[in-house]
Design a protein around this ligand. Structure first.
Ligand SMILES: [Zn+2]
Length: 323
């Protein structure tokens, strides 16, 4: 699905701010888009780039040479810097090359834009190499840094950028936005699994994800009750290409249990100690559930590495059985 075709109303205040700045001839030379996962920061960065590269005052006009080149995906002065795959870093060589090309373009008198996304994976020497361009920006050059964790960027960089914060709407508003953009479906389940990440949700297969969540919840319930073939299930889950989503479902199940346990713990002591309550709802298990959550998170983090997924999932399920 083309996320560019989506209308993301929560980005409008930031876009409006940029539009006014541009009309007043004070479009920023450096922008920091503070995103949340799935919040649409890349979309905001692309819109800002389109404004910077348009020749007209009411930008982006969609009709000028710059706009047409951009729409065709062929603008010669738009540079997008992303991590080198194997290192998962933005490296100093990449930034040096960018700085060189930006200086050539702006010498020629045209506008140039660089988007660095995610910017926080710049290593220290890459950040240093970028700093000089930020300190002495050439006219017509715009640097756009997109990050979900600005705290991982040096203060020297942060202080030179105009910060645009992506604020996603509350859950209820997101649900009606998803229904409007994508039609009916179990969007509650999608947001429960993916978090309030509208652009991730909008590109998800709603019925598949809701089904995956139901199936995972039921298997975990079976595991708790001792009725799940843990090694076979772990192998099957680890082999499938939706393991990351499966783990998101598992995290969702654990947080749901934690909420139940916390609610029970807030209740009267006689309720808390009542033996007739399901074991997993007792306050005694909150610690175990949190440990389990940490293990699931860690496994998600390790997915891009050569970790033995089947063994890791199996350990997670045994831990859950013991919790
Ligand atoms: Zn234009």
């Amino acid at each position: 699905m083309d996320r560019g075709a989506l209308n993301a109303p929560w980005l409008q205040p930031a876009i409006e701010q940029l539009r006014r700045a541009r009309e007043q001839g004070r479009f920023p030379a450096a922008l920091l888009v503070q995103d949340v996962p799935g919040g649409g920061g890349a979309l905001l960065a692309e819109t800002a780039a389109a404004m910077a590269l348009c020749d007209e005052t009411a930008a982006p006009c969609g009709a000028c040479r710059g706009c047409r080149q951009l729409a065709a995906g062929q603008h010669p002065d738009l540079y997008v810097v992303t991590p080198i795959e194997e290192s998962r870093q933005i490296r100093v060589e990449q930034v040096r090359e960018l700085v060189e090309r930006l200086s050539l373009t702006s010498h020629a008198g045209g506008a140039a834009v660089a988007i660095l996304n995610p910017a926080e994976v710049m290593n220290a020497s890459a950040a240093n190499a970028l700093l000089k361009t930020l300190e002495e920006p050439r006219p017509g050059t715009t640097l756009i840094l997109v990050t979900t964790t600005p705290s991982r960027l040096p203060a020297t960089i942060l202080s030179r950028c105009l910060r645009l914060k992506v604020c996603v709407p509350a859950r209820a508003e997101l649900l009606s936005w998803l229904r409007q953009e994508r039609g009916a479906g179990d969007w509650e389940s999608v947001l429960a699994v993916l978090g309030d990440a509208p652009l991730r949700a909008a590109t998800a297969n709603v019925s598949e994800l809701a089904q995956l969540r139901r199936e995972t919840f039921s298997a975990l319930q079976d595991a708790l009750a001792g009725g799940l073939d843990i090694p076979a299930t772990a192998t099957r889950w680890a082999r499938a290409d939706n393991l990351e989503l499966r783990l998101a479902c598992i995290e969702n199940w654990i947080t749901t249990r934690i909420n139940v346990a916390v609610t029970a713990a807030r209740g009267a002591p006689e309720l808390r100690n009542a033996t007739h309550l399901p074991a997993a709802a007792s306050a005694m298990n909150i610690g175990n559930l949190i440990r389990l959550y940490d293990v699931a998170r860690e496994l998600t983090r390790l997915l891009p590495t050569p970790v033995n997924k089947a063994i890791a999932v199996e350990q997670l399920l045994w831990l859950l059985r013991a919790a």
